[in-house]
Design a protein around this ligand. Structure first.
Ligand SMILES: NC(=O)c1ccc[n+]([C@@H]2O[C@H](COP(=O)([O-])OP(=O)(O)OC[C@H]3O[C@@H](n4cnc5c(N)ncnc54)[C@H](OP(=O)(O)O)[C@@H]3O)[C@@H](O)[C@H]2O)c1
Length: 179
């Protein structure tokens, strides 16, 4: 079974994934009368599990909606001692190096992973562990906040597979890592 680590994330034009206050309301700044999911369901149908950072996990836990995932969610954290009672059985705390964590997940037969959270994605990129990135750009300049990318040790080449435009305003690009 082919292993694949994928990113599916929305950024501002200036490359932020959260604003200066940690907010993500701007993700919904383009009118979307028919609730177009912009490829999210198709993407998530094809993954086996999620790997997410503690901040993103806590952000999702704080949403006023039911738990949105029907796949196992592996949460990276040094601080968390355990997953809150409310999310046990749906989310699982994992510790160790990324290689050790991936090994644990692959051993469960989960091979196609959705990697989420800014720090988490950057940590995966630093070790060249991302195979696919789907980047959705919302036409707004936030001027600061949490960046998606930062410096990392070496240049990584990606190949553009396709681009799509949603709502006449939002561009989405699929990139594969060129190895
Ligand atoms: N625009 C979007 O589509 C989008 C998508 C997802 C998230 N977001 C937003 O982006 C922000 C999340 O940002 P973030 O940079 O804080 O990232 P994050 O990756 O969600 O969380 C970072 C935390 O994850 C843990 N972590 C990450 N890598 C680890 C590793 N290798 N080993 C152990 N623990 C590890 C650490 O937790 P501990 O501190 O507990 O050790 C770290 O502080 C949130 O505001 C979220 O709402 C936006």
């Amino acid at each position: 079974m082919n292993k694949k680590n994928s990113v599916f994330i929305a950024t501002s034009i200036d490359g932020y994934i959260a604003d200066k206050n940690g907010g993500i309301d701007w993700l919904h700044s383009i009118p979307n009368p028919n609730n177009d999911d912009m490829g999210y369901v198709e993407f998530t149908n094809d993954i086996d599990a999620l790997v997410m950072g503690r901040t993103t996990f806590e952000t999702v836990c704080g949403f006023d909606v039911d738990w949105p995932y029907d796949k196992p969610v592996f949460v990276l954290s040094n601080k968390l001692k355990e997953i809150p009672e409310s999310h046990k059985g749906k989310a699982f705390l994992v510790k160790g190096t990324l290689a050790e964590i991936l090994d644990q997940i692959y051993k469960k037969g989960l091979n196609k992973l959705y990697i989420d959270g800014g720090t988490t994605i950057r940590n995966f990129l630093k070790e060249d562990l991302i195979d696919e990135m789907v980047l959705t750009v919302i036409p707004i300049l936030l001027g600061g906040g949490s960046p998606l990318f930062s410096e990392h040790p070496k240049e990584l080449k990606f190949e553009l597979i396709k681009t799509k435009t949603y709502l006449n305003q939002v561009t989405q690009s699929y990139y594969n890592r060129k190895r």
